[in-house]
Design a protein around this ligand. Sequence first.
Ligand code: DP6
Length: 361
Amino acid sequence: MTEKEFIPSPYTKSVSSGKTTYKSPSNIALVKYWGKKKNQIPANPSISFTLSECATVTTLSYIKLDTPSAIFSFNVSLDGKKEEGFKPKIKTFFERVYQYLPFLKDYHFEIETSNSFPHSSGIASSASGMSALALCLMEIERNLNPKMTAEFFNQKASFLARLGSGSAARSIKGSLVQWGEHADIDASSDLYGVEYPHKVHRIFQNYCDTILLVDKGQKQVSSTVGHDLMHGHPFAEQRFNQAHENLSKLQSIFETGDIDEFIGIVESEALTLHAMMMTSRPYFILMKPNTLEIINKIWAFRETSKTHVCFTLDAGANVHVLYPENEKVEVEQFIKDELAQFCQNGQFINDHVGKGAQKIN
Ligand code: DP6
């Protein structure tokens, strides 16, 4: 597929108004996306577990205008309250996707959104938020072109979500989603995420992820600025190659269920992401003292308990604690007893691998 194939032919139907609702999950990357080229093309392939509890629900109401508008006409609200602060990001998104969704200036939109996770918890809502909005827009396009296949619907939803936020491309369909071209995965693309097509051992099919809210403050570095720091980064090429290699290694790990090797790759990916931030100019340390306390506790507990608990990080101080379902009782007790003390207000969210976005209405 090329970008051009996402530009629609003239629509066969006309729709005057409607309303649609999607619930879309957040995801946690195992191999990280860090660095991008023009038009939201990733510098390296990435793969993530789709989450289940951490999700955004978006309702999009649309009404056809008498004459097409010169600008994008929309309002956005969060939890029932108008949210002017979200408008610039959505406007930019509409500008980026307009050539692929030419109906955007024909309608007025009301976007109502709510997150299942606490607002400003430091959990990235861009993946769930942008994928939910992309799905709602695809629903309109499907009404205008009812012959569209389900496969194309999901592909284009991921393609559009990517233009909103790169990691959102991995929040449409599937439990394990890969985004970015990789030699071992024929169907892989820089343009959209695909459900991981190879064998996945049952141990990885219901993996658990407890998100420890270490620092709920405003992001110190926006993802756009962060990705940009990989341009001219002294270790960029090695890092991008490493991501390809880690994805190749994961293939046999996913197949055989080799959890020790899995842990090695996942923790190394998290630390490499932060190492990239620490070695760019300007440089950042996004971990907090409590992030390190937690990591050390996890390592000590893994050693003594012989469980397979491990961690990963996104571009912030929060820690994702990953563990297999059959160790849930023991690990969740450990989290309560030993890790919750390092979280802001003792807050954490128990989540697990989900299946992808859902149409609600
Ligand atoms: C560290 O998807 O938030 O979470 O494309 O600029 O919106 P933009 O970036 P974003 O970057 C996420 C980076 C990451 C790693 C990952 O999810 O792969």
